[in-house]
Design a protein around this ligand. Sequence first.
Ligand SMILES: Nc1ncnc2c1ncn2[C@@H]1O[C@H](COP(=O)(O)OP(=O)(O)OP(=O)(O)O)[C@@H](O)[C@H]1O
Length: 255
Amino acid sequence: MSHHIEFAGLKKVFGTGPDAVQAFGPVDLSIAEGEFISLLGPSGCGKSTLMMMTSGLLEATEGTVTIGGSQVKGPQTDIGVMFQDNTLVPWRTVRGNVELQLEMRGKSLKEFSDKIDNLLASVHLEDFADRHPYELSGGMQQRAAFCQAMVHDPKTMLLDEPLGKLDAMTRERIRSDLQRLWMQERATVIFVTHSIEEAVQLSTKVAVITPRPGTIERIIEIDLPFPRDFDVKNSPEFAAYVREIQEIFRGYGVI
Ligand SMILES: Nc1ncnc2c1ncn2[C@@H]1O[C@H](COP(=O)(O)OP(=O)(O)OP(=O)(O)O)[C@@H](O)[C@H]1O
């Protein structure tokens, strides 16, 4: 089954009458299987609204979301989601939290045991598997949440500012982890960020969204080799992409 994502005439209005808020759209967008697309847009342009509609947690006012050929009509369980606030429960260990995602989906813990070990090792948490969330730093908690989102092998991932609350160095490190895992798994990823550099580093495409109600201003294909390591990030080509996107936001008057 293909795992492309399709938005057709997708629009969200909150409320009715004079108090109605045109939050997002209408937007048509096709995201190919294995694509890593970042959504970059000013605060309040409707990025989280789009992610909620894609995951089936919020109903669209008009239009449709289709994932892998099936129209989204309710909460999706076969996708991986990660938001700015992590979803770790305090009474379970790191490993227990990752296992919870399997239990909720009725999957065998035994079958996924090696996968959990590999995931925790890939984000350098192998020595903290038996610790509880309160014993972890904010960055470590986000890395654990990342393993939660990935453990059931989702072919579609929705990441809504997952690195937003982290300090710059931790953020840099998790970006690399995320990129490495994406290169291995090639899931279809929609990633919301406020960082232009982060979007250019991680994405095959960047969708620049207009101020509210968000519509797509431009899709920029990022034609740089993966992994986008230190050298790629310091190349003139990388800087040119960042500059191109900065110019769009300058045009909006938001930077
Ligand atoms: N449940 C809601 N009820 C009413 N209005 C809402 C609701 N959720 C969001 N909105 C409005 O919809 C618009 C888009 O909000 P949304 O959170 O999607 O933006 P965003 O692009 O994710 O913002 P940010 O970058 O600041 O996180 C905003 O004007 C917001 O006030």
